[in-house]
Design a protein. Structure first.
Length: 263
């Protein structure tokens, strides 16, 4: 298997993130239907922009990075080719059985992945699960490839909807919190640029501290929350308004929707 030759079908944001992480050490074949987008990828990353037939022929592994609603059409085209190498899908909601059903006479090796938006800057976290015919070597290959855009965690497929709820949709939770945090700061009298600096640096600094500290989030929160102090006053409001239950309900709603989309 020519593992150093990677075929990527779909050159959108996540496809480009993978190209950016992989093109320096691998030969990349890209299938992208938008001519302008294809030209941009070819010029910026010096990848080979080809059709599906050529990509299937040359690549040692295929990454399917098209939208879920376009996946059936792509699989029909792959089905017409001779393909017996691993397939990595980053399409939200599509199960490994969905892919395997298109190849009933072949033991298609499918690895399903759920990356998230920070992958665009190489800071993503990707949940990975194996299909029925995927080997441990296929999983390691997927980890190596997805490692180009961040870290990975291997889970059982029934947990993939939870991965979607926690980390796949997670960046939106952070962005919403920051959005509301900045609005509140501006209502206290700060100009937008001042609010942005205060909020962004507090956010990134706290995240880095959490990542590097020997203490967990609960312990760090306790350390910064003096009894009867200003932080305690804010925490009292969060807990009185049931922020903990709100977060739990939000993730359950996201997980439920992910399960519905997978059917």
């Amino acid at each position: 298997m020519k593992k150093n030759i990677i075929g990527i079908i779909g050159g959108g944001n996540m496809g480009e993130a993978l190209i950016n992480g992989l093109y320096r050490t691998n030969r990349i074949f890209v299938v992208e239907g938008n001519g302008q987008r294809a030209g941009y990828l070819k010029k910026k990353y010096r990848v080979s922009v080809t059709d599906i037939n050529m990509t299937v022929k040359e690549a040692g592994v295929l990454i399917l990075a098209v939208k879920p609603q376009d996946m059936a059409e792509v699989l029909e085209q792959i089905k017409a080719c001779t393909w017996g190498k691993p397939v990595i899908s980053i399409a939200a909601g599509l199960t490994t059985k969905f892919f395997e059903s298109y190849f009933p006479n072949r033991k298609l090796s499918v690895v399903r992945c759920m990356p998230n938006m920070p992958a665009l800057i190489g800071e993503g976290i990707t949940g990975i699960c194996a299909g029925r015919f995927a080997t441990s070597a296929d999983l390691k290959l997927a980890q190596s490839i997805l490692g180009a855009i961040g870290q990975t965690v291997i889970v059982k497929e029934p947990m993939m909807d939870a991965v979607t709820a926690v980390s796949g949709s997670g960046p939106a939770y952070v962005f919403l919190f920051v959005e509301l945090w900045m609005q509140a700061a501006q209502k206290l009298g700060f100009k937008e640029e001042e609010a942005r600096l205060l909020v962004y640096k507090t956010l990134t600094g706290s995240a880095h501290l959490l990542e590097k500290s020997q203490f967990n989030a609960t312990e760090l929160r306790t350390k910064v929350t003096s009894k009867g102090g200003t932080t305690q006053a804010a925490m009292d409001v969060f807990f009185k308004r049931k922020f903990d239950l709100l977060m739990k309900d939000a993730l359950l709603a996201a997980k439920k929707r992910a399960s519905e989309l997978a059917k």
